[in-house]
Ligand binder design. Structure first.
Ligand code: HEC
Length: 189
């Protein structure tokens, strides 16, 4: 080995050693639990192909909502203090658009996905699949999108037609979701 190379090697070794010495443990964080990984390790796309087995009713969803969601989203989903989840349909093209899952979200499947992974806000991932189906059903029913006796599962949820389904401009990638038809009621066109 020639001098410059030997020197470079020594320097590199020193740098690596210094970096290693500079990586202390802060004692923060913890290994995720299995059920936490399970809750995060699933994404349900617009077509709902990944939806798990299980089913839920509006009536069951009402109970879960009252116990686990109403404190932040209001008794009927309209009162807050956090995001308004109900109402607002037909307001998107006005000067005061009210964006809720009923007025704005294009797919019921991704509402399921969102709730499954991130709600309740203070305890994400804690609901069972059936509970997520139920509470999604309840919110869709409060928004007048499905009937009160509807049962939501991996087959029925993707069939729900959201009011703003065609209000978005399609992603040009061909392998993404189907291109929505143009709609006069869209705020984006
Ligand atoms: C501790 C308060 C809290 C609780 C409890 C809670 N949420 Fe939320 N929720 C939030 C907050 C805050 C946001 C907005 C999060 C953000 O934008 O990042 C939100 C957002 C949402 C959204 C998306 C709204 C939108 O239009 O983008 C949905 C749907 C939702 N919550 C459903 C639920 C359901 C269902 C439950 C009960 C199982 C629940 N939440 C419980 C605080 C809460």
């Amino acid at each position: 080995m020639r001098w410059p190379e030997a020197l470079a090697l020594v320097l590199a070794t020193l740098v690596v050693a210094a970096l290693a010495a500079q990586s202390p443990t802060y004692g923060l964080g913890r290994a995720p639990k299995d059920d936490e990984i399970k809750a995060w390790d699933m994404a349900v796309g617009p077509e709902g192909k990944e939806l798990p087995p299980g089913s839920g009713t509006v009536a069951d969803g009402a109970k879960i909502y009252a116990a686990q969601c109403a404190a932040c989203h209001g008794k009927t989903g309209k009162e807050g203090p956090n995001d308004v989840l109900v109402g607002g349909q037909g307001t998107l093209n006005t000067s005061k658009p009210v964006k809720t899952i009923g007025s704005y979200w294009p797919y019921a499947t991704t509402i399921w996905d969102y709730i499954n992974r991130s709600m309740p806000y203070n305890k994400p991932g804690s609901l069972t699949a059936a509970e997520v189906y139920s509470v999604t059903a309840y919110l869709l029913s409060l928004n007048g999108i499905i009937k009160e006796d509807a049962v939501m599962n991996a087959k029925t949820l993707p069939e729900v037609k959201m009011p703003n389904r065609n209000g978005f401009i399609g992603d040009p990638r061909p392998d993404w979701h189907p291109k929505p038809a143009k709609s006069a009621s869209s705020p984006h066109q």
